[in-house]
Ligand binder design. Sequence first.
Ligand SMILES: [Fe+2]
Length: 452
Amino acid sequence: MYFQQFYLTCLSHASYMIGSEGVACVVDPQRDVSLYLDEARARNLRIEHIIETHLHADFVSGHRELADRTGAKIYLGARAGAQFPHIPVLDGYQIRFGRVILRFLETPGHTIESVSVAITDLDRGEQPFAALTGDTLFIGDVGRPDLAPDLTPQQLAAMLFDSLHQKLIPLGDDVEVWPAHGAGSLCGKQMRPERQSTIGKERALNYALRARNREEFVRLLTAELPERPGYFARDAEINREGAPALTELAAIPLLSTEETLAAQSAGAIVLDTRPSQDFCAAHVPGAVHIALSGQFASWAATLVGLDASIVLVAEDAERVEESRMRLARVGIEKVTGALRDGMASWTGPVAEIAQITAEDLRRELSAFEVIDVRRRPEWEDGHIEGARLMPLDKLGVRLHELDRERPVAVHCKSGYRSAIAASLIQRAGFRNVANVIGGFDAWRACGLAESR
Ligand SMILES: [Fe+2]
């Protein structure tokens, strides 16, 4: 049996391919599907089965394009109400090919239609050796229970408790756990960085599995739910219908300075995806900055939304394409242009953002309004005295609380989110914005005072 995990760091997303005797199954494919087609070709496998463990809310899945290009069948939990041709599966449904048996377990909780898949390799034994747990069981966490429009988080959390204790844990401690997401995903809140685990390890280490009863579990899971990004409901709907093929997207026109300015004044967002130091040194006034290096796509969908018309600024043509691909993976498809040759050919006005060190900030602390754009748990672990907590996903609706005349210094943990925030604050009309290089990590590394 062939078994492979494909991990997409930008979205903390894991998809899988299982193969045996010339046939393959792909589970939770990312939107661009050529990597599965290439892998199948290289291993002489024909993709005949595609499984969606649930209707994903945090990215657009490539199930429909992959099915169109291979003729494979799509399997999805019967409660999904999906609009495309598929096989609605119930508990116990099995797919067999070669020496492999894939058995579906209905595991509602993260969403109502969530399924997990127990994998048996007949060359290893009669019992499953692994489970694809989707967003039901993560490494160190379980799926968030607040994404269904017609069920409360409490109802879903109660279902999730039963799914974990009646379906997954009984598989046995040695059974491997392969989830659909890893640390950093917005579908959970405290995942560990590993990419694979076992039921036994999770029983020992996963806080959610240590809850003694359903009531305790529900309480634990529904306390302090992270904010639900606005695009989640939209992505789930796109996946219910099945997204159009990526090959249907038009080529990106390259724009001059004048054309970029015209697009911007017609409402387009100039999205600069270069490294933060390049952006801070010189950028198109009013540009939104999200560097490609971090969790670019989730932040773009959260902060820019799916409907904006976007003009990209990147270092080169390759990065323009990479930016566009990553945007398409979350459902942002209106990339209407890219600045030709990036900032190298820009002849319009230029904006910049000061970069200051932690030591600079400490020296001039009283001169700045210090904005900390991390999440509350990070803040509670230590912060700069006098700073204001404004998590990045809520920054836009809170800027009115600030005095526009006062210099602002923005920091996060290490500098990725603060550079995004600095661009948003400057774009909102603040003249004096500084980004703290290295963020709170640098502040702490310098041994500077912190409050709790
Ligand atoms: Fe999910």
